[in-house]
Design a protein around this ligand. Structure first.
Ligand code: BGC
Length: 411
């Protein structure tokens, strides 16, 4: 016996990548410097060399059968110096987007995925108020030059992650641990986003404009007032702090769901060590078997979709969902993760939650920020020495789902 879970007509099936994590050679970006200073496990180098191999990667997208693709534009690549745009790089992105259009693949484009140009960090930074206009100038240029080829503008990717890591935890550039700078950066980046929303809508009134949120499911380990309020604070910090500032400026909400965060308190651990998930005494439980110690919890995606739909009252795009593994081609763990999460996505949709699309993270193994090339997130295995791509078993499983618009479950 098998059960078929049909998805809505026109559902967007996609895969996600980000510019810095796949393009390679982004030497004008602050992350490049960060890596050179030895602050990440690997230097990105050529990454997946998507910048040169995009055409054959788009062939793979066709084989996968997606009707949508999430990718990023690298600010440091297109604005080489303060106010100096690189027309060749913009034309290159134009070619990439045009190719996707030709193949009938919708483009979901992120304009800021955590990395900034080195000149921006040296002269400004998001804690300075000038950053709002500087960022808006970049967004205007992209809207004018490439906006006609962008179906969904996911302007910022999970802004609270780089803001927290970069201004409170010293783990990402610009490398501060300063709550005042942090709060100023939150204000400026949300302001920059609102300006971007207006700029894009001025030129394209019907554009779909929004941001993505890291929306994992949090629970407390044990009872206690402190732990329960900490869960609420985690929600407030990750979602509401930024989300409330941009109310009325979102046409959809982008949700990223990966895992369960079980929070516990240990007073012996009152320090800040975000790499080991220690936040002033609060730690997140770990799964020792997972390469990034993440706990998979399929039902969480359902809970998160319900919560987000109640909170935002906007259409939802699942802009990322995926699992880090150490797998080779035979990646049963990823298949199990994908299928079990989609069952819960389907449940949410069947209860009336307005989910318009799903992007698997990621199309291919790529640079996992601080953790470098060790965690494997891809439907496609990447040999980082030869840059050879090999679709994994999960690629073919996902292809079946994308092409049939349904998930078949054996009972
Ligand atoms: C980010 C990606 C990252 C992925 C896995 C998401 O939060 O948007 O850049 O690679 O998580 O950690």
């Amino acid at each position: 016996m098998s059960d078929k879970f049909k998805f809505p007509k026109d559902f967007l099936w996609g895969a996600a990548t980000s510019s810095y994590q796949v393009e390679g050679g982004n030497s004008n970006a602050d992350w490049w410097q960060w890596e050179k200073q030895g602050k990440a496990d690997n230097e990105s180098g050529l990454a997946c060399d998507y910048w040169n191999r995009w055409k054959s990667d788009h062939d793979l997208l066709m084989e996968l059968g997606v009707n949508s693709f999430r990718l990023g534009i690298e600010w440091a690549r297109v604005e080489k110096a303060d106010g100096v745009f690189d027309e060749e790089a913009i034309a290159h992105y134009r070619e990439i987007f045009q190719d996707l259009k030709k193949r009938n693949i919708k483009t979901q484009v992120t304009l800021w995925w955590w990395t900034s140009p080195i000149w921006f960090q040296e002269n400004y930074g998001f804690h300075k108020k000038e950053s709002v206009e500087i960022f808006a100038r970049y967004v205007k240029k992209i809207t004018d030059e490439l906006g006609d080829l962008i179906d969904v503008f996911m302007v910022l990717n999970e802004p609270m992650v780089p803001l927290g890591q970069g201004f409170l935890a010293k783990a990402f550039p610009p490398g501060y641990m300063n709550p005042f700078k942090f709060l100023r950066a939150v204000n400026n980046l949300s302001g920059a986003y609102k300006r971007s929303y207006e700029i894009i809508h001025k030129k394209y009134p019907d554009a779909q404009v929004g941001i993505t949120y890291l929306y994992n499911w949090y629970e407390s380990e044990g009872f206690g007032i402190l732990l329960n309020s900490i869960n609420r604070i985690a929600q407030w910090y990750r979602i509401d702090l930024f989300g409330n500032k941009i109310k009325g400026y979102q046409d959809f909400v982008g949700i990223h769901y990966y895992r369960l965060g079980k929070i516990r308190f240990n007073w012996r651990n009152v320090k800040m060590d975000s790499r080991n998930q220690i936040y002033m005494g609060f730690t997140i439980d770990e799964n020792p078997e997972n390469v990034m110690k993440w706990i998979s919890y399929p039902e969480g995606i359902y809970k998160v979709l319900k919560q987000a739909s109640g909170k935002f009252k906007l259409p939802i795009l699942i802009s990322e969902n995926g699992v880090p593994t150490r797998a080779g081609i035979d990646d049963e763990e990823r298949i199990e993760y994908l299928r079990s999460h989609l069952v819960f996505v389907h449940k949410a949709i069947s209860e009336g939650i307005d989910v318009r699309g799903y992007n698997f993270w990621s199309l291919m193994d790529n640079l996992e920020w601080l953790y470098g090339y060790e965690p494997k997130f891809g439907l496609i295995e990447m040999d980082f020495k030869t840059l050879e791509r090999k679709p994994r078993k999960s690629f073919y499983e996902y292809a079946k789902i994308c092409k049939s618009n349904e998930l078949e479950i054996e009972e």
